[in-house]
Design a binder for this molecule. Structure first.
Ligand SMILES: N[C@@H](CCC(=O)N[C@@H](CS)C(=O)NCC(=O)O)C(=O)O
Length: 235
């Protein structure tokens, strides 16, 4: 099928969901790096593509698609005719796949974003906020654990976009100091997905994406800064 794909992205969990999906489908695309630290995603030309002012965003010819979950669904609807990483519309597994995708986009993804914020980016230290979000994240990981302890993948026994979406945040659980040894089935699933060629390439998109070693260093420094602050919670 003819296409003209540009992915606007940076090397973050949400960006990886789109780049891994494109790589898994073997699609040719142009990756345009967006420097979110310079707020390029809030510029008017970008808001024409994603009115929500966040990466990732996709253009396919005249079609724009924003929100990582919508981008993944668009790509498999249009280009995964053999259902290599998806299920056909209407079957039971299709709705199971949607369920795990929504679990991610409305629960795990945003909650991990909140822990990241309070643990690394906040200008004050709030142990209450960190603990509250971390408890919820642990609960969500235990939901994944219970599913993956009896299945290799989240839906049926096939790797799909539901796995890609959830994997992209779980692979950086170390940012939150979550020990995946507490979730052994999740850990095996992360290792299984991390070993895929398309995943190895997708997590290094765009070309400016940082390696895991660099990310560990950067987040380590941010966490040390928060640790050095006094807890600001009022008692
Ligand atoms: N719900 C959005 C979240 C996207 C998102 O939060 N992107 C972050 C990078 S991971 C971003 O663009 N941050 C910069 C900003 O919020 O201005 C999605 O799933 O695509």
């Amino acid at each position: 099928m003819a296409h003209n794909l540009t992915l606007y992205t940076s090397g973050t969990t949400n960006g990886w969901k789109a780049s891994i999906t494109l790589e898994e489908l073997g699609l040719a695309y142009h990756a345009q790096a967006i420097d979110i630290f310079k707020n390029v995603q809030k510029e008017s030309w970008f808001l024409e593509i994603n009115p929500n002012g966040k990466i990732p965003a996709l253009k396919d010819g005249d079609q724009r698609v924003f929100e990582s979950g919508a981008i993944m669904l668009y790509l498999v609807d249009r280009y995964d005719k053999d259902n290599t990483i998806s299920y056909p519309h209407g079957c039971n597994e299709y709705y199971e796949m949607l369920s795990w995708l929504m679990f991610h986009v409305s629960g795990l993804g945003p909650m991990q974003g909140q822990v990241n914020h309070f643990r690394c980016f906040a200008s004050v230290r709030s142990d209450y906020a960190i603990d509250r979000c971390t408890d919820e994240i642990k609960r969500l990981y235990s939901v994944l654990e219970s599913r993956l302890s009896s299945h290799d993948y989240l839906v049926g026994n096939k790797y799909t976009i539901a796995d890609i979406a959830n994997f992209c945040v779980v692979r950086v659980a170390w940012i939150l100091e979550l020990n995946l040894d507490e979730f052994p089935a999740v850990k095996r699933w992360v290792d299984r997905i991390e070993a895929r060629e398309a995943v190895k390439i997708g997590v290094m998109v765009p070309a400016s994406a940082m390696s895991t070693d660099k990310l560990v260093e950067m987040f380590g420094a941010m966490k040390a800064k928060i640790d050095s602050m006094q807890n600001s919670d009022k008692h």
